[in-house]
Design a binder for this molecule. Structure first.
Ligand SMILES: Cc1ncc(C[n+]2csc(CCOP(=O)(O)OP(=O)(O)O)c2C)c(N)n1
Ligand SMILES: [Mg+2]
Length: 547
């Protein structure tokens, strides 16, 4: 189809054709025509945030929750530099994100004009693709290419620089078809190679990651492991790839993972890794797998294979196609005893002492009170250890977290998730340090009436770093104390509901109230945390005594 329109209108048309109904931004004078084209387009909803970092996290969280690309807009060097944390997170987390940036007038470019940054050079190391659009008729081609690249292969962030003078110019625009993601299948030979290796294995284990979620491969995974009886572990912050209450689920590979779970990996002889880049955290500083493991690695991106561990068998395939092909495999073995051992180790990890601390009880209450399809998001920080260890994610698409470890992520990502799934309960968990990095977006939630529940664990410190400080420099505290902030009062000041709790009983009643209140807007529950309980397994005193 071809039509005469402005570059800005063509950009918006591309988003509509791709079925993207949601855009996040902080406005800027450099891209006013795009804002105006969105105003005239009923199919697109715009959320204007308080900080570009928050806007980018919202778009990234929206993309993770919806399966569609997240779109975020910002202005020139200032907006672009503010939103880089979201681009970096989308890169590490393999999330499709399209970043549209206003750029200086093309006749000023290269003079270090007002807020000018060479956006292509600036984003190249953390984006999958960066381009500047210079010719109006090429707008559909380049925007559609950006939408394609963000979603295909290993998904990731793409950045487009839009010179101010481009946007108002009219041209005859020709649009291509919307994106159909290629989903390569393993060959028959590769499937038989997988079968042969499984037949030779006494203790196989699957490690599965975000590729499962992106490919919508949860059911295919479920059917495959149920047929063969292979235990499954989730890669870092990909908890919801497989039901955690299932007898074959054997744990999550993250920060501070219980040693019993790690022992299962050590004892495995064959690893079938699907849709995971076997990251530093998942592999416990690249030490988890060794020459005693035979690795079969399936990923949609050939560059992922061998990036960390050279696989014995590397297969480039879409996770769902691969698991559907593997389902046809017949094996002559049963691994019931091994799978039972793996599950028992995981169940024992659930009984560790942290369960009885205040935050352990809070996770238990979330498990009990939240509807099963609720979406939980989290920030980086030690408070998250309790969620990662004790919460059982039983349904697909119920967890969103930053594998990049970005603080400030949880609450804005929850806003994106809630916009993607207005009918579901969405809860963010943050520490006081991380929450305050993007706290201003709570006002965005109030302004747009986005009813999430935000839980803030307040220990008045950058607890995680204080823990590392106590391990390496016992009792030598510097730069990790924070002020005493009453987050529940701030929430009220912003026009939201705010609760302040010190006990599990108070939390329970605040949560029950919050679940009823969230219909009209966001609710914040601030949990007073004892500084001494620095992590789920240690107190500050324990760490000092150990040193
Ligand atoms: C953007 C960003 N800056 C710094 C860090 C390093 N960092 C990791 S955890 C942490 C402290 C987190 O504090 P808080 O949110 O209060 O959670 P707590 O550890 O106290 O539970 C810091 C500074 C990070 N991960 N992300
Ligand atoms: Mg803290």
């Amino acid at each position: 189809m071809a039509a005469v329109m402005s570059s800005a209108e063509a950009i918006v048309e591309c988003l509509c054709r791709e079925g993207v109904p949601q855009v996040f931004c902080v406005p800027g004078e450099s891209y006013l025509p795009v804002m105006d084209a969105i105003r005239k387009e009923p199919r697109i909803n715009l959320v204007s945030a308080r900080h570009e970092g928050g806007a980018a996290f919202m778009a990234e969280g929206y993309a993770k929750a919806s399966g569609k690309p997240g779109v975020v807009m910002a202005t020139r060097g200032v907006g672009a530099s503010n939103l880089t944390i979201g681009v970096h997170t989308a890169f590490q987390d393999s999330t499709p994100l399209v970043v549209l940036l206003g750029q200086v007038h093309s006749s000023f470019s290269g003079r270090e004009g007002f807020q000018e940054v060479d956006l292509e050079a600036f984003f190249r190391p953390i984006a999958k693709w960066v381009a500047e659009i210079r010719e109006p008729p090429r707008v559909p081609e380049l925007i559609q290419r950006a939408l394609r690249l963000a979603q295909t292969g290993r998904p990731g962030p793409v950045v487009l620089s839009l010179p101010e003078d481009l946007l108002k110019k009219q041209a005859k625009m020709t649009f291509g078809p919307s994106v159909k993601k290629p989903a390569p299948k393993p060959s028959l030979l590769e499937v038989s190679e997988v079968r042969n290796r499984l037949n030779r294995s006494s203790r196989p284990l699957m490690i599965v990651g975000g590729g499962i979620k992106r490919a919508g491969a949860e059911e295919a995974l479920f059917r495959f492991v149920n047929k063969l009886g292979i235990p499954v572990m989730a890669a870092f912050r990909r908890h919801d790839v497989f039901p955690n209450d299932h007898a074959l689920y054997s744990g999550h590979l993250g920060l501070g993972t219980n040693k019993k779970i790690l022992k299962t990996v050590e004892d495995a002889d064959t690893i079938l890794a699907v849709g995971t880049r076997l990251s530093e955290v998942t592999t416990q500083d690249y030490r988890l797998l060794g020459s005693e493991h035979r690795l079969m690695h399936v990923d949609i991106n050939d560059e992922t294979l061998g990036k960390v561990y050279a696989p014995d068998l590397g297969i480039v395939a879409d996770a769902r196609e691969a698991l559907q092909s593997f389902y046809r495999i017949e094996v002559q073995r049963s691994w019931a005893g091994w799978a039972h051992r793996a599950r028992t180790a995981f169940e024992e990890s659930l009984q560790s002492a942290g369960r009885h601390t205040l935050n352990g009880q809070i996770i238990h209450l979330l498990q009990k009170r939240l509807p099963a399809d609720s979406i939980l998001t989290n920030d980086a920080g030690n408070f998250a250890g309790w969620l990662h260890t004790y919460y059982l994610f039983k349904k697909k698409g119920t967890y969103i977290g930053p594998t990049s470890g970005a603080m400030g992520y949880g609450m804005p990502a929850a806003l994106g998730a809630k916009l993607a799934h207005p009918g579901r309960t969405v809860v963010s968990l943050s520490g006081d340090g991380g929450f305050m990095m993007t706290m201003q977006e709570f006002e965005t939630a109030v302004r747009y009436k986005i009813p999430i529940i935000s839980i803030v664990f307040n220990n008045r410190m950058y607890g995680t770093i204080r823990m590392h400080q106590e391990i390496h420099y016992p009792a030598q505290v510097i730069g990790t104390d924070l002020g005493d902030v009453r987050f529940s009062d701030i929430a009220q000041q912003l026009g939201a509901k705010g609760h302040y709790v010190k006990t599990a009983e108070q939390f329970d009643s605040a949560l029950t109230t919050a679940l009823a209140e969230t219909v009209s807007g966001p609710v914040l529950i601030e949990v007073e945390n004892d500084q001494e309980q620095i992590s789920l397994s240690a107190t500050i005193n324990d760490l000092r005594e150990r040193s």
